[in-house]
Design a protein. Structure first.
Length: 201
């Protein structure tokens, strides 16, 4: 059972995360300072640095925590086909759904208004999430190829996500995921354990 300290830590980290997101929407990530976050969250500097090294660390760690929560809460379910998203690529489906539901935020982070620093942070976050996800599923024939597969998936996902956010293309999140799935599975299929291959609808 969580202790009072655990709950307090979670509340503090959640408050800092929400404060950062609100500020990013207001002024863009590049213009947000740690002091801005402290003022918005009404949290002391020492408390902030107990949890994070800097605002970039806050973005990556809190983003990972949020994405893990979303992955746990949203079971694979496909809105447009009888089969759901490939469980192997479920993080990508969640990302497209989150981006579609929070487009201004994602455009501020990784779209035209984003920065190289944020893009690198997002890349790092997705790399860790996909690594955990694929390792837990024991999806590959050879674990020594895990880093290569994750690099391929994350780079492809970031590229498609950025293009989608920056364009006026009328594709839904599910259509974008379908494009990603079709391309990604063909790319990594030779390295997958046979039990994780996608069945054709």
């Amino acid at each position: 059972m969580p202790t009072v300290t655990d709950r307090r830590v979670r509340r503090t980290r959640d408050l800092l995360h929400r404060s950062l997101i609100a500020l990013v929407l207001e002024k863009g990530y590049g213009r947000v300072t740690v002091q801005d976050i402290l003022d918005r969250a009404d949290v002391g500097r020492s408390t902030f640095y107990t949890h994070y090294q800097n605002k970039n660390d806050l973005l990556v760690e809190s983003g990972q925590e949020y994405l893990r929560t979303m992955l746990a809460e949203h079971a694979p379910a496909s809105p447009n086909t009888d089969r759901g998203p490939t469980p192997l690529l479920h993080p990508a489906w969640v990302i497209f759904r989150l981006a579609d539901g929070n487009r201004p935020l994602y455009q501020a982070l990784v779209g035209k208004r984003g920065s190289d620093l944020v893009a690198r942070s997002a890349h790092k976050m997705l790399t860790e999430v996909f690594t955990e996800h694929l390792r837990a599923r024991r999806a590959l024939k050879d674990d020594s190829r895990l880093e290569v597969v994750v690099a391929f998936l994350v780079s492809g996902l970031m590229g498609m996500l950025t293009w989608w956010l920056n364009s006026e293309a009328p594709f839904t999140a599910d259509e974008m995921y379908a494009c990603f799935e079709g391309t990604a599975i063909r790319g990594i299929e030779p390295l997958l354990d046979g039990t994780h291959l996608v069945e054709e609808p």
